[in-house]
Design a protein. Sequence first.
Length: 273
Amino acid sequence: MRKSLVIVFAILGFLFHAQTVKIKRGIVTLEGIHVAKISNKSNVYTFMDLKETPIYTVEFVDKSVVDSVRDSYIKLNRIYNKDKTLELDYISPSAFSGEEKSAAYTCVKSLKIIDERGINIKNLDELFKNSPKRKLDTKTKDAYTIRSKIDRLNITVNTVGEILSNGKPVGYFTNLPVSFGSEDTITDKTFVDIEIYDANSKYIGKYITTTKQIKTAGGKTFTLYREMSGRASILKFPTYKAIAERMAILDPNFIKFQEKVIVGEVIKDGVQK
């Protein structure tokens, strides 16, 4: 008898995990059973119970982190208790699934906040109480580390080719094309490499216009903005700002981050204040 019960529960468990998630006319079904409703406005998916009471929203985010590395995830929000927003990984039933089906599939299979009885408020609240961590791969983690360093340096390029970090001049470009100043991307087809020097006129490296590569004085190379378009790899035109940022990562001695600006003693009319 006990063995038979184990087999029955095992089969039931298998059937539950094998449930098919479908969406038709805004109704989410599990194995033909209506369990929730869904609506979409500006790529934000609102999940409702069968009485059309909004319970939570799912928003898809796809953003560039740095260079060609992108990060895709969802933002989960409760409508009845907006104390915080969760950033979570999502799963799709197939490579060709749209966001609507991926949202429902994730809620059923991964987050367990929709089951055969409808939207599970208890599981939803537990999810917000014990927020799971995202599972980022090494490439994405490294990209966020680089992005953090770049953001702290706050690099800009002014109209005369100076490179500034948090408003302080730290270097400059030479061999700038004629379009510099009117365009922030390097689109000119020139065989002259654009060179970078630090504030003391020390050579830091160059941007090779023919190959769209950065090469440091120490010999490191990096190809900017390599992206996939269908099955073909393409190289996008980089901005001067992006070149300066990547050079700062390749050569940590190029720009030193300062936690605070150090100001010397104020002297006026020869008298130290």
